[in-house]
Design a protein around this ligand. Sequence first.
Ligand code: CA
Length: 195
Amino acid sequence: MRRLYRRPRDRHRAHEDNRGPRVSGGGLARPEQRHLHRGRDVPDVRRILDRDVQQVLSELQLQRALHLQADTFASVYLQNQGSNRFAVTVLPNLSQISPVRGIIAADVDGDGNLDLVVAGNLYDQEPNTARADAGSGLWLRGDGRGRFTPVPVALSGFLAPRDVTGLALVKTPAGNAVLVANNGDSLQAFLVKRR
Ligand SMILES: [Ca+2]
């Protein structure tokens, strides 16, 4: 589990991770260290290494801080089981190599089971953070029981390796088509053909 505390006005942040309630100053990316260094109450980032968040921020600061918490960064499939309960299934590893920024749930191959078409990258990062550009788009064939199997691009013909920001399924006179929105680049269109 990862947590982020932030005071938006002065960008004074502290992080925790699942190794315990320690400030991971030594492991923070440079922009995070810079933000900590600029904090009014933390003059030197080296002085907060291996300290608890509670030792870096006062109780009042923690109360006022924006507190974000994530249980997972994985892209997952949620199945509604009723009574406000959802089953969580992590999508295959090939779906995790880049942020999924567009997803289509449709029966692509006409076998009666819903499939997923996913794509996404993220080029706009902080200067010291490498861009996320490993995604090339993926068709995940569903088995109707909540499991999805990646289909290689050589078989699917779906290749969306740019700075993808969204997907849409549209009807055309020639059949359904997957549209791929690429940031700062041209639109891609893939006609869905059932064999
Ligand atoms: Ca299908």
